[in-house]
Design a protein around this ligand. Structure first.
Ligand SMILES: [Zn+2]
Length: 270
């Protein structure tokens, strides 16, 4: 595949980097990334991946754009209110970069559909806002041997970790089980600064790009936490022993996907 003059210009700031170059840009154009959730995290992740020239981007979300989403979900505009989020996201990504093929899935992820959704993608971004989805994505990615980026945001705080099969702990290694229903407030109840999605969702896009290019160190084996009020990032080393994990351990007790009960405010989007 030879680049057009327009592509050489579009990707010139990538191509000039020795860690990317023409070869790396081709890897990006051949890569497939699935983003689950077109909300506060998924919006910036999707826009940066589209801009970077990730050739195939899948986006899954069942919701429609709500006026209260626009404070942080920057992939959607005021005129998109009422439109399916996946459609609005697709239009924005295609407007940023016509090189990108966008696949839309207007659905929530469930134990029924997730294996099918993730199977054709190289990397998964968890941009969901609820624990049942986060555990489902983790377990499915572990079972399907798919690398993924986990992230969560609330109020002024965010967290991030990356799972790569065989290279470190999974989300369940660290968090074991979802907290009891209603024990943890959702963003709708607790609030979130919009730029928090920008910070953490952009880091998710960066992890996907580094994974595709095979450069640098991924956030495997670490949890990155961000406290915006203190302006403090902390990279916490996670225990490297994973053999006892219920899903990625040597004798897994979770061998089928679980649909945990959804909290009442789920589905609003971060
Ligand atoms: Zn695990």
């Amino acid at each position: 595949m030879a680049f057009t003059n327009e592509q050489i210009e579009r990707y010139s700031r990538h191509i000039i980097l020795k860690e990317v170059g023409v070869k790396g840009q081709k890897k990006l154009l051949n890569a497939k990334v699935l983003i689950i959730g077109a909300g506060g995290l998924g919006a910036p992740a999707a826009m940066y991946l589209a801009a970077a020239g990730v050739g195939t981007i899948g986006i899954a979300d069942a919701d429609e754009v709500d006026l209260s989403n626009l404070q942080r979900q920057i992939i959607h505009a005021t005129a998109d209110v009422g439109k399916a989020k996946v459609q609005s996201a697709k239009e924005t990504m295609e407007a940023i970069n016509p090189d990108v093929k966008v696949n839309t899935y207007r659905t929530f992820v469930t134990s029924e559909n997730i294996m099918d959704l993730i199977k054709d993608y190289d990397f998964v971004i968890d941009g969901t806002d609820n624990f049942p989805a986060k555990f489902l994505i983790n377990d499915a990615c572990v079972m399907a041997k798919k690398p993924f980026s986990h992230a969560g945001i609330i109020r002024f705080q965010g967290q991030l970790m990356t799972y790569v099969p065989g290279e470190g702990p999974c989300y369940r290694c660290v968090f074991k089980n979802p907290p009891p229903k209603d024990a943890v407030p959702t963003c709708k109840q607790a609030g979130v600064i919009g730029a928090m999605g920008g910070v953490i969702g952009s880091l998710q896009a960066m992890e996907a790009i580094k994974y595709i290019l095979g450069i640098g160190n991924l956030l495997t084996g670490y949890l990155l936490t961000y406290d915006a009020l203190k302006m403090e990032f902390r990279k916490v080393k996670l225990p490297s022993e994973t053999s006892g994990c219920a899903v990625c351990g040597t004798h897994p007790t979770i061998t089928e996907l679980i649909d945990y009960e959804q909290a009442e405010c789920d589905g609003v989007g971060l």
